[in-house]
Design a protein around this ligand. Structure first.
Ligand code: ZN
Ligand code: ZN
Length: 260
């Protein structure tokens, strides 16, 4: 077993194993494990979450999992160090995806930009940003285009985002808790044989969700319509996040075929 960065992260930070545990399991001497950990800069940090955007689990989930951005990209957009974002991704328990530029060590690693270069970078960032209105407090703020969510819901701070969720979540929680919803979901699963029905997906996974083909928010009258439900595996379901409408036609066809 090679002492790769990902393996050491997994064992040392996520699984919270000791250096001796890792040494025993991998067959390397303790000192070797220690020095490799140091070389990769892997530390056990007690995470203290503040009120920054990157401290918000749901915001980071959208960026890292749903929009599938690399943590270096997210860090660059926020103007913070890579480790700030990476540590949180690990803390929230998501897998670190490989980043060639990081693993190889970029040419600029450890070097400081000159003042004039920094100015250029700041200027180029401003050009790529846009003014938005916070959905919660209506404050006008600036955000880089690449960080603007496709859902068109934008918030000036994580605090506003959480406040918004608090006031808007009640509705969704009520839906998924209701007996009517659970019955609808069960009917969908039974009709689909508890398997993902996404065209092209052959997953046998039992990690499934009942997906609303026409989003329940925009089409509340279709909320408990069996014809509007389809079983998707977790992966396929996550693929639809934020772009539910792009999948409507294809999924409606699947249902029509079943009815024929
Ligand atoms: Zn706000
Ligand atoms: Zn699937």
């Amino acid at each position: 077993m090679a002492l790769t960065k990902n393996l050491l992260f997994q064992k040392y930070v996520i699984e919270n194993q000791t250096i001796s545990d890792i040494a025993k399991e991998t067959g390397y001497p303790k000192n070797r494990v220690k020095s490799v950990l140091r070389r990769f800069g892997i530390r056990k940090t007690k995470m203290k979450l503040g009120n920054e955007l990157y401290d918000d689990r749901e915001w980071l989930y959208e960026q890292y999992v749903v929009l599938n951005k690399g943590y270096t990209v997210i860090a660059d957009e926020l103007g913070v160090s890579y480790t700030v974002v990476r540590d949180r991704i690990l803390f929230f328990g998501w897998k670190i995806r490989g980043h060639k530029d990081i693993d190889k060590g970029s040419a600029r690693r450890g070097k400081k930009h000159t003042e004039s270069a920094l100015k250029k970078i700041r200027l180029s960032r401003i050009k790529k940003s846009r003014e938005l209105e916070c959905l919660h407090c209506s404050r006008i703020f600036e955000r880089q285009n690449s960080s603007i969510l496709r859902s068109s819901k934008n918030f000036c701070t994580a605090v506003c985002f959480r406040q918004y969720l608090k006031t808007n979540r009640i509705e969704t929680v009520d839906i998924t808790d209701s007996a009517e919803y659970k019955e609808w979901r069960k009917k969908v699963y039974i009709r689909d044989g508890y398997r993902c029905k996404m065209p092209g997906c052959n997953s046998n996974s039992r990690d499934i969700a009942a997906h609303h083909i026409y989003p329940k928010k925009k089409f509340p009258n279709k909320k408990f319509d069996l014809q509007n439900g389809i079983t998707l595996c977790r992966k396929c379901h996550e693929d639809t996040y934020g772009k539910e409408e792009q999948f409507i036609d294809a999924l409606v066809r699947v249902i029509q075929k079943m009815n024929d």
